[in-house]
Design a protein around this ligand. Structure first.
Ligand SMILES: Cc1cc2nc3c(=O)[nH]c(=O)nc-3n(C[C@H](O)[C@H](O)[C@H](O)COP(=O)(O)O)c2cc1C
Length: 190
């Protein structure tokens, strides 16, 4: 069982964060979840639910720990907490900029900052289009610091029919980068 910190921000693509949490819990990993206030609102809008109803979908799992973005006393705010990886899905340009600047004034950004300083895997599913030179420079800076910049660009070679199918493959690819293989992963040539 791995200990994975998951952050969800207010970028479009809450479905990705939702499928990521679901996959990790199903596979028996422990999820430490932090959602920004704007992330909660965008998720409610895009998934046509309330944040509370969405969270209750996972109530059957004993391996989900929820944290407020204000809670800088949470375990993952400290490098002493041995998380295996952190994934931000989706990651807004605002959060990207904060992380790239070392601003750690909320739990999500602090946990990302900790991942970088501890040299642990940090994957940012950055979502925006088109990208400005400011966005690109922030991504380059973080990539040079060892962060995986993983925009949720869909694959087509697996011939997805629905958006959910496509998103599942994207999430499976993200999980593959942190050594977790799921049944959704369609490996080319296999
Ligand atoms: C429906 C909706 C979709 C959005 N999509 C994006 C997006 O794809 N990328 C982005 O960077 N910001 C997007 N935003 C703007 C962010 O929500 C906003 O910049 C916010 O401050 C991000 O805060 P957070 O990173 O703390 O969640 C969107 C806002 C709304 C309401």
């Amino acid at each position: 069982m791995k200990h994975i910190v998951v952050g969800i921000t207010g970028a479009s693509g809450s479905l990705l964060g939702s499928l990521l949490v679901e996959s990790l819990l199903k596979e028996g990993h422990h999820v430490y979840l932090v959602v920004t206030p704007q992330g909660e609102q965008v998720l409610s809008y895009e998934l046509e639910t309330t944040y509370e109803a969405w969270i209750s979908r996972f109530s059957g799992y004993g391996n989900l720990s929820l944290f407020s973005n204000d809670d800088l006393f949470a375990p993952m705010a400290s490098g002493s907490f041995p998380a295996d990886a952190m994934v931000v899905a989706p990651c807004s340009m605002g959060t990207l900029a904060k992380v790239a600047s070392g601003i750690a004034d909320n739990l999500l950004c602090r946990a990302a900052d900790v991942s970088i300083k501890e040299k642990r895997p940090l994957i940012l599913m950055v979502r925006e289009t088109p990208l400005s030179s400011i966005h690109l420079e922030n991504m380059l800076k973080l990539s040079r610091a060892g962060v995986t910049i993983f925009p949720p660009v869909p694959a087509y070679y697996n011939q997805p029919i629905t958006m959910i199918e496509s998103a599942r493959q994207t999430v499976a690819r993200v999980l593959q980068t942190i050594g977790i293989t799921t049944e959704d992963m369609k490996i080319w040539g296999v």
